[in-house]
Ligand binder design. Structure first.
Ligand code: G3P
Length: 214
């Protein structure tokens, strides 16, 4: 299972969380990555944790003030990027452009989607993975894998119907090892989560709990 921890703009210590991600990753068969804010990418990557960007724009080098260039996040040490998070929505053409921008510099891509229909559309663009996240469950602590199993199964089916090899992750409300196991049992190859770790009193313990039953 791939566990990708999105730090959003939560007021956690990104380096401390990254060090916990690195250490827990080394102690388990699960793969764990962390997606800090763009300004923290370099410091987080220096910890040795698998580092992801939260976003890249569908642009190339040039006159793009305020945008995020795939080459720059890769130079900062990121190995992958989220695209089209629910809190940073893009138009379909821009998702396509962002996936292509990421692939220029070999960044792994996870395109987020609200529901199985969007998963099908996103998967057709050829990212490495799609992540289904019902917006109404994000940040609630109510796990999608237990509260809305149909949406996870639907996402797995939608991705499988596209003639491209695309992994499926699920997210929203995931915070325990049981949530991760439920996600796996529904066919998900990973989870995307944020508050369960970034807002935990002790992120390291939260991570250990997540991987404990795997
Ligand atoms: O990117 C992960 C996310 O949107 C889910 O957030 O806080 O429900 O784990 P959370």
């Amino acid at each position: 299972m791939f566990i990708l921890v999105n730090l959003k703009t939560y007021p956690c210590d990104p380096v401390a969380v990254a060090e916990a991600v690195r250490d827990v990753d080394e102690s388990t068969d699960a793969r764990i990555g962390v997606a800090p804010q763009a300004t923290h990418l370099e410091r987080v990557a220096e910890t040795g944790a698998e580092t992801w960007a939260q976003h890249v724009d569908p642009i190339e080098y040039g006159s793009n003030t305020g945008h995020t260039l795939a080459e720059s996040v890769a130079d900062a040490g990121a190995v992958g990027t989220l695209i089209n998070h629910s809190e940073h929505r893009l138009k379909l053409a821009d998702i396509d452009g962002a996936v292509r921008a990421a692939s220029r510099t070999d960044l792994e891509t996870v395109v987020c989607a609200n529901n199985p229909a969007q998963v099908g559309a996103a998967a057709a663009l050829g990212p490495d993975a799609v992540a289904v996240e019902p917006p109404e469950l994000i940040g609630t602590g109510t796990p999608v894998s237990q509260a809305d199993p149909e949406v996870v199964e639907g996402a797995v089916g939608a991705a499988a119907s596209v003639d491209i090899d695309v992994s499926v992750l699920c997210g929203a409300g995931i915070s325990t090892g049981d949530d991760v196991v439920s996600a796996r049992d529904l066919g998900s190859e990973g989870v995307l989560l944020a508050s369960g770790v970034a807002k935990a009193d002790d992120p390291r313990t939260a991570l250990e709990d997540l991987v404990d039953p795997l």
